[in-house]
Write a protein that binds this ligand. Structure first.
Ligand SMILES: NC(=O)C1=CN([C@@H]2O[C@H](COP(=O)(O)OP(=O)(O)OC[C@H]3O[C@@H](n4cnc5c(N)ncnc54)[C@H](O)[C@@H]3O)[C@@H](O)[C@H]2O)[C@@H](O)CC1
Ligand SMILES: [K+]
Length: 502
């Protein structure tokens, strides 16, 4: 799914109104209907709604939602600034609300005296994509007050105070759910701003498809359509050679588990042949834990020699350690190797020891740093938006793919495209999760996916497996090995998605 800026979204609205038999009022009606449908399907324990409406079209949505919820039998109270200069569509929908005697309309300043009982849902329709500056005065106080209430909160389109495309220092409405129209907004996907949205639900309001297809963006969300266009069904006319050779290179005394997990992930993600280059101290551990993989000795307690089969795809780093002999061997290997690699963890930490090492990374390699590793490699940035900008520069400069691991991991391509992942959960915030990702991406690259495809599919796949694992074991208790055990379920779903139905 394309991520558009607030300006592009406004253009898209206008284009739709101009080129389709739909007026702006009808589009607002469609948007409000989509919200009300979601609310009435999902709100099983609440009957009362306190709806806060601004003077722009976001407020217009709020007034229309108020009318529709009332007509469905819910109790509705509306709060607004009755003397505001409303947008024409907001004015019209406000007029309809005032005609309904069952809906009480109050001034914003009456909010503090209102009894918010536990069955009341607060709906924020104050500002949407039209917000042009930080909240101040009455609106800031209002949002601050509403944020103190314990009630369930739903934002329409965007949490008020949040800009769609950038970081803001405004007071921001803290939503439990955000019902947003048509597109993900970039700010939902970055940690500093995404924390205000709660769970995001994208509602299709059928904006013009030609506009969406023809207008360019460099930012994308990895949705089902993206995944369907990448995933290939395994051919029956195949043998183990068809699915490539993987070399996982990692492990050191005390960190053998990382190599075990990465190897197992590569195996379970479908690679044809998997080898693990590890130190001798890991021989029995690896052969017992992952008997399907073959062992190649690379040193005694840590890896020193990186003798690699050139026909294999290499994932280097899990549990590798940064012993000076390991670093020496690794850097020597990098100097003589030119095929794309997957580099993670200690492989990145060794590279980070000297900025000149960055140029040794073969072109088209995939590196998978978490924020701290990214910082060690490329330096500090002020916030995660800036970090993405820096990552784009570095991807272009070094001609590599950067998988920037975060709550919404980003895959950044040398062409400057950013793919945001929306699968996964906080159950992945545990040691070992990254090792699995390295195994998956290495495995996919060995299976003839391109670097871009392997990175995108791998990150999505990892997150989806985590979702299944958390359903069974909870985010708290799930282990990286539980995530690996869900790979089969993810493949079943993937196969169902792309299978041609009779
Ligand atoms: N245009 C359309 O056809 C559609 C628009 N929709 C809704 O319309 C919204 C966008 O509406 P608008 O463009 O009217 O913008 P908003 O409703 O977000 O409000 C912007 C209004 O507030 C003012 N404003 C901006 N920042 C302010 C601040 N910090 N303090 C006080 N006032 C401030 C602006 O001057 C403007 O009048 C979307 O988010 C969505 O909810 C939906 O109804 C779908 C259809
Ligand atoms: K809003």
């Amino acid at each position: 799914m394309k991520i558009f800026t607030a300006e592009q979204i406004r253009d898209c609205d206008q284009y739709t109104i101009k080129n389709e038999p739909v007026s702006s009022m009808q589009l607002m009606e469609r948007a409000a209907e989509a919200c009300v449908e979601w609310i009435s399907e999902n709100c099983n324990h609440h009957r009362n709604f306190a709806i806060f409406c601004g003077s722009g079209n976001n407020g217009g949505d709020g007034f229309a939602i108020a009318r529709m919820l009332y007509q469905k039998g819910f109790d509705v109270d509306v709060f607004t600034n009755m003397k505001a200069k409303f947008s024409p569509d907001a004015q019209e929908n406000f007029r309809h609300v005032k005609e309904i005697t069952g809906i009480s309309v109050r001034e914003f300043k009456e909010t503090s005296g209102y009894r918010f009982d536990s069955r009341t849902v607060i709906i924020d329709a104050l500002f949407g994509t039209g917000l042009s500056r930080s909240l101040d005065g009455e609106m800031k106080d209002l949002v601050e007050f509403l944020n103190l209430q314990k009630n369930i909160k739903i934002s329409i389109d965007l949490p008020s105070g949040l800009m769609a495309d950038t970081i803001s220092d405004s007071e921001i409405f803290m939503a439990d759910y955000t019902l947003t129209f048509q597109f993900w907004k970039k700010s939902f996907l970055h940690a500093e701003t995404g924390k205000f949205t709660g769970k995001v639900q994208v509602l299709d309001i059928h904006l013009n498809q030609d506009y969406i297809e023809e207008n360019e963006t460099r930012d994308f969300v990895i949705d089902d359509e993206v995944i369907k266009s990448i995933f290939k069904i395994r051919s029956e006319f195949s043998h183990k050679g068809t699915y490539g050779k993987v070399n996982i290179i990692g492990g050191s005394y005390g960190k053998m588990g990382a190599a075990v997990l990465s190897t197992r992930a590569a195996l379970k993600a479908g690679a044809g042949l998997t080898f693990t280059i590890a130190p001798k101290c890991g021989y029995e551990i690896l052969q017992t834990s992952d008997p399907e993989a073959m062992f190649i000795e690379g040193g005694k307690d840590f890896i020193e020699s990186f003798h690699i089969d050139e026909t294999a795809v290499c994932g280097i780093g899990p549990g590798l350690g940064t012993h000076e002999k390991t670093a020496e061997g690794f850097l020597k290997f990098l100097k003589s190797y030119s095929k794309p690699l997957i580099l993670d963890a200690d492989a990145l930490n060794i590279i980070a020891q000297n900025p000149h090492h960055l140029n040794l990374i073969p072109e088209k390699s995939i590196i998978t740093p978490h924020p701290k590793e990214f910082e060690r490699l490329f330096g500090k940035t002020e916030n995660s938006f800036q970090r993405t900008v820096l990552a784009k520069d570095k991807s272009r400069e070094l001609k590599i793919y950067i998988v920037l691991k975060d709550h919404h991991t980003q895959i950044i391509t040398p062409e400057g495209m950013v793919f945001y992942n929306i699968t996964g959960n906080s159950g992945l915030a545990k040691g070992g999760s990254g090792d699995i990702l390295t195994g998956i991406v290495t495995s996919f690259l060995a299976q003839q996916y391109t670097e871009q495809e392997a990175a995108i599919l791998g990150v999505w796949f990892h997150g989806r497996a985590a979702e299944y694992a958390s359903e069974k074991h909870s985010k708290e208790s799930m282990l990286p090995s539980d995530v690996i055990n869900e790979f089969g379920n993810v493949f079943s779903v993937l196969n169902d998605k792309v299978r041609k139905l009779l």
